[in-house]
Design a protein around this ligand. Structure first.
Ligand code: DQA
Length: 145
């Protein structure tokens, strides 16, 4: 079972970026958590981070035949990248969307966070649990495969 993990823009700064929202765990540590859980679940994971919309789409295209499922935190692209939505739809493999923060709560002050372009093309969603969102998202994805 092959899982592609994509982290979108600004997630390379996890640990130092707005720690009151995203916490102190670094992306490297998040990837370790993902790999440990993947091993427990018997899944193979490949993790990538990129700040570019096109680069994320290229990563998805390049591994579309390899992956059985996609775990993705699109960062701010969540809210406006229709190209990313089309790419997820084109690849047509189960996708679970992940967010560290609670977007529903944040949308009260920042309404743009209420929209996810993946709504309708993703199979599941895990968010609001900090780095544990990735672990819960991975479990959900594996349960769907
Ligand atoms: C995020 C939430 C997005 O709204 C934000 O733009 C991010 C991170 C999260 O993981 O909580 O960059 O995807």
């Amino acid at each position: 079972m092959n899982i592609l993990v994509l982290h979108g823009p600004n997630l390379n700064l996890l640990g130092e970026r707005e720690p009151e929202i995203y916490g102190r765990t670094t992306l490297r540590e998040v990837d370790v958590m993902i790999r440990l859980e993947a091993r427990r679940l018997g899944a193979t994971v490949r993790c990538f981070q990129n700040n570019g919309e096109g680069e994320l789409i290229d990563l998805l295209h390049a591994r579309r035949k390899w992956l059985d499922g996609l775990l993705i935190n699109p960062g701010a692209y969540t809210h406006y990248s229709w190209a990313l939505r089309d790419a997820v739809a084109a690849v047509a493999k189960p996708c679970v969307e992940v967010h560290l923060s609670d977007l529903k709560a944040r949308a009260k002050d920042e309404p743009f966070r209420a929209v996810s372009v993946l709504d309708g093309v993703r199979a599941g969603l895990a968010g609001g649990l900090g780095p544990r969102s990735y672990v819960e998202g991975l479990k959900l994805l594996v349960s769907l495969l």
